[in-house]
Design a protein around this ligand. Structure first.
Ligand SMILES: O=P(O)(O)OC[C@H]1O[C@@H](O)[C@H](O)[C@@H](O)[C@@H]1O
Length: 302
């Protein structure tokens, strides 16, 4: 559909409109009394979210991000699905699955009674997806924009056999200064330390601080994590459902320099705290059934 057709069908006057965004990609701009947000239909990805009255975006979005069919957008809240990380079957298929680099469909937009705006995006299997992953599915993402950002990823198995998935909201949060940032709520958890290509299991004794590359899958996590950002005088509270693992990732200096879609110093301004089903947290979806992964983000002023 063209931008004009999308606006004719789904625009909400004074609150939500479709625009041609970076790279000419269709995007949804939400701006109402509660919050502003930007959502790309390519990758089905929230790129920006700023509650009303907040001076800064909650999300980090790279100035050097790609906006191209077939490529992922570096920043915001990418969706990793139907696998998190490397191809689980080692067949050389793309890392983090295949839905973060293709166009999603608009299913519905809605102005809710409480003043929030809800956007539902979707994807179903096609010959192209079945050539990568031979399953029949319907994937929906419900994005509710208000004083809190709520993301729900709903996987339905529309085929005849059970399939297994891992998945993530691979969300990039903006921080004022990584040296003054802590991630709270993981104290006492075991984690798989993937930094530098490792795979060792360790235990988190204290709050997570970041002073070098961090790439960890935390196991058996609770449902509330907090990013404490003393440079921006705020905390971001992350609540989740349907997830027993969480990933904390910061590329640090060397990897930032190696990634063409990050500025060399971007590691100082971002932290990924990802709501996941990763590692041993594999979800089985039986024919005709569905699973939900939910993450909510809220800013608390210090
Ligand atoms: O650059 P990408 O493909 O978005 O991945 C970024 C990072 O994503 C994290 O989730 C992974 O744990 C890291 O290993 C990975 O490097």
């Amino acid at each position: 559909m063209t931008i004009e057709e999308l606006n004719t069908k789904y625009k909400i006057a004074g609150q939500l409109e479709f625009i041609a965004g970076n790279g000419g990609l269709p995007m949804i701009r939400v701006n109402n009394a509660k919050a502003a947000a930007l959502i790309s239909l390519h990758a089905g990805q929230v790129l920006s979210y700023q509650p009303a009255g907040e001076p800064e975006d909650v999300l980090f979005l790279s100035e050097k991000a790609y906006y191209q069919d077939g490529k992922a957008i570096k920043g915001g809240a990418p969706i990793c699905w139907p696998w998190f990380g490397a191809d689980p079957e080692g067949k050389g298929r793309p890392g983090h699955g295949f839905v973060r680099n293709r166009a999603w469909n608009v299913v519905a937009t809605e102005a809710m009674n409480n003043g929030d705006v809800k956007v539902t995006l979707g994807l179903v299997d096609t010959p192209d997806t079945r050539a990568i992953w031979p399953q029949s599915f319907s994937l929906l993402q419900e994005i509710v924009i208000g004083a809190t950002l709520n993301l729900s990823l709903i996987t339905r198995n529309t085929g005849k056999e059970t399939f297994s998935i891992t998945q993530a909201f691979h969300t990039y949060f903006k921080v004022g200064d990584i040296a003054r940032t802590k991630v709270l709520g993981l104290e006492g958890c075991e984690y798989i330390d993937k930094a530098g290509g490792g795979n060792e299991q360790k235990r988190q004794s204290d709050a997570v601080t970041i002073e070098s590359e961090v790439d960890r899958i935390y196991l058996d996590v609770g449902n509330t994590l907090t990013i404490d950002d003393s440079a921006l005088n705020r905390r971001i509270q992350i609540t989740s459902q349907g997830s027993k693992t969480a990933v904390v990732w910061n590329p640090w200096e060397k990897i930032s320099k190696e990634m063409a879609d990050l500025e060399d110093t971007d590691y100082q301004r971002l932290v990924c705290v990802e709501t996941t089903n990763a590692a041993n947290d594999v979800v089985e979806v039986a024919p005709g059934s569905e699973c939900r992964l939910i993450a909510s983000y809220r800013v608390i002023r210090n």
